[in-house]
Ligand binder design. Structure first.
Ligand SMILES: Cc1cc2nc3c(=O)[nH]c(=O)nc-3n(C[C@H](O)[C@H](O)[C@H](O)COP(=O)(O)OP(=O)(O)OC[C@H]3O[C@@H](n4cnc5c(N)ncnc54)[C@H](O)[C@@H]3O)c2cc1C
Ligand SMILES: NC(=O)c1ccc[n+]([C@@H]2O[C@H](COP(=O)([O-])OP(=O)(O)OC[C@H]3O[C@@H](n4cnc5c(N)ncnc54)[C@H](O)[C@@H]3O)[C@@H](O)[C@H]2O)c1
Length: 470
């Protein structure tokens, strides 16, 4: 006997929850299938615990940078209290509150692992050996998240190591830690553990945070080095082995060896699409492609949102995709969307292409939105880049030795902002102003009237407009 719903969402992470919610808000019924904890990676193993591990160190460092409060700081981080704060942030890995939210939202939760058995048909296998057959009247949404990529380094597969999930859920702070991978997760966790007392070495194939502008990443690298993190750039790990004392030994290109109590592999993630039965529908699990509404190309009922859809792997982006896709499914069901949606309409994930905001929560922070210079040229935009230090009165209020940097990218023909990047303490909260300017395509002549309050770091907007020539 099959249970029928208008829409079935596979995966109850941030993206899946939001997709199901929009569908129900639009008047349809939705089942949400989850094989693990309701809430997914962000709540239990990624954003929330990593930020809980980072924030105490950032707060302590901020207090040390202001005369008056600096003198009051006499100790170091209380490691047990930080880990307790992390435990509270993840509700001690208990998803009861999220299950209650799902119930309250009118979504039916089905526990177990789902796989497609036919068009709009799936089977869910639960932990007790039970099977449930489900049928979606209109659409199935994949929201299955991502899995860590394991680089092909000789010895790594057979050597015990941490994934980012192990690092964020740890109950111990290792005496020493080698981090393989110098992207966002590697940088954040390197600093978190350094501030908790580990001796940390980060290995970067190219440079630390290579996806970000050089001036910005240099500031972050300086912050990590000030915390004692050794950053080795331009190297690869050639061999990984266990040591007799339960630690790990890494041999680098060039012959140098490193020994540490733990190895953390943070070398990117790939969409989690295995075991879903996709090849039967002609879909390769490695190359999912979706249109602006999230519809998987080549069919009329299968959608994808969040990390599994292979676009920017960020919680807020997955939730954005879910809102748009959920609304698009409802509109199609009601016959209100039969053509390709227009750019920036409520049924098109336009920001996926033009305005992805991202914050690296290191200290200093790094915040970026929109197109890079290269991407702007690729889009045919005649772009002008304005770089300047964040040297405004608001910054000095925050920290005596505030060091920050900003980049603004202007479409010269339209005189609108197409991208921005900020690096420095507390710049995360600056990002939404840039996101609004990019998405709103606000002309610079109008931004001239957007007065930043004195003394705030937002004064950098005025400095930018002056530097641009207004
Ligand atoms: C260390 C770290 C820190 C991060 N910090 C941030 C941050 O600060 N800000 C930010 O925006 N992003 C951050 N991210 C990225 C963010 O965690 C992800 O983008 C986000 O969690 C993806 O959400 P999702 O709903 O797509 O997938 P997930 O949260 O992974 O949810 C997918 C769910 O699907 C379930 N599932 C999978 N297959 C099946 C199946 N066949 N049947 C049933 N259920 C299934 C899984 O159990 C899982 O619960 C971080 C990532 C890492 C690794
Ligand atoms: N604050 C945030 O928003 C936040 C925090 C952490 C993670 N995330 C997201 O989670 C996802 C995973 O994070 P991540 O840092 O693992 O991915 P990433 O893509 O940001 O970085 C991966 C890094 O690993 C390196 N790498 C890959 N293979 C390697 C190898 N064989 N040897 C050495 N280095 C290698 C890459 O060059 C890259 O620098 C990303 O999409 C990221 O945006 C977001």
């Amino acid at each position: 006997m099959e249970s029928e719903y208008d829409v079935i969402v596979i995966g109850a992470g941030a993206a899946g929850e939001n997709a199901a919610d929009r569908v129900v808000k639009g008047g349809l019924s939705a089942a949400l299938v989850e094989s693990d904890l309701v809430g997914g990676a962000c709540s239990y193993w990624a954003c929330e615990p990593s930020k809980a591990l980072l924030r105490p160190g950032t707060a302590l460092h901020a207090a040390r940078r202001v005369p008056g409060s600096r003198e009051a700081v006499t100790g170091t981080l209380d490691v047990a209290a930080v880990l307790k704060h992390r435990d509270e942030a993840v509700n001690s890995w208990d998803d009861q509150s999220q299950v209650e939210w799902v119930d309250g939202a009118g979504i039916t939760l089905v526990r177990g692992r789902a796989r497609l058995t036919g068009a709009k048909r799936l089977t869910v296998d639960d932990a007790n050996g039970n099977h449930f057959d489900l049928l979606a009247r209109h659409a199935v949404v994949l929201a299955t998240g991502s899995r860590p990529s394991t680089p092909k380094v000789p010895g790594l597969q057979h050597t015990p190591h941490w994934t980012t999930a192990d690092a964020t859920s740890t109950r111990e702070v290792p005496e020493s830690l080698v981090v393989l991978g110098a992207g966002v997760a590697g940088s954040e966790l390197a600093q978190a553990f350094a501030r908790l007392g580990s001796r940390v070495t980060v290995l970067a194939r190219g440079s630390l945070l290579s996806a970000f502008p050089e001036d910005a990443r240099e500031l972050v690298a300086g912050g990590l080095r000030a915390d004692g993190v050794e950053i080795i750039e331009g190297v690869s790990a050639e061999l990984v082995e266990s040591t007799d004392d339960g630690g790990v030994k890494v041999t680098l290109s060039g012959g140098r060896t490193l020994e540490a109590a733990r190895l953390l592999v943070a070398a990117g993630r790939r969409p989690a699409l295995d075991g879903l039965g996709l090849p039967a529908f002609g879909i390769e699990p490695t190359s999912l492609r979706v249109d602006d509404t999230g519809l998987v190309l080549g069919n009329s009922w299968l959608y994808a949102v969040g990390d599994c859809s292979g676009r920017a792997m960020l919680t807020h982006q997955g939730k954005y995709q879910a809102r748009i896709t959920g609304d698009a499914i409802v509109a199609r069901t009601k016959g209100e969307l039969d053509k390709r949606p227009t750019r920036w309409s409520r049924y098109a994930r336009t920001a996926d292409e033009l305005a992805v905001p991202q914050v690296v929560f290191t200290d200093p922070e790094l915040a970026m939105v929109g197109l890079s210079e290269e991407e702007a040229w690729e889009h045919g935009i005649r772009v002008r880049v304005v770089d300047l230090p964040i040297s405004v009165a608001g910054a000095w209020q925050l920290a005596e030795d505030y060091e920050g940097w900003a980049r603004f990218l202007v479409d010269e023909d339209r005189r609108t902002l197409v991208g921005a990047c900020f690096a420095g303490p507390d710049v995360a909260e600056l990002l939404q102003s840039a996101t609004i300017a990019v998405v709103g395509e606000v002309p610079l002549d109008r931004l001239w009237h957007a007065i930043p309050s004195f003394p705030t770091v937002s004064e950098i907007w005025l400095r930018f407009l002056e530097a641009y020539g207004l």
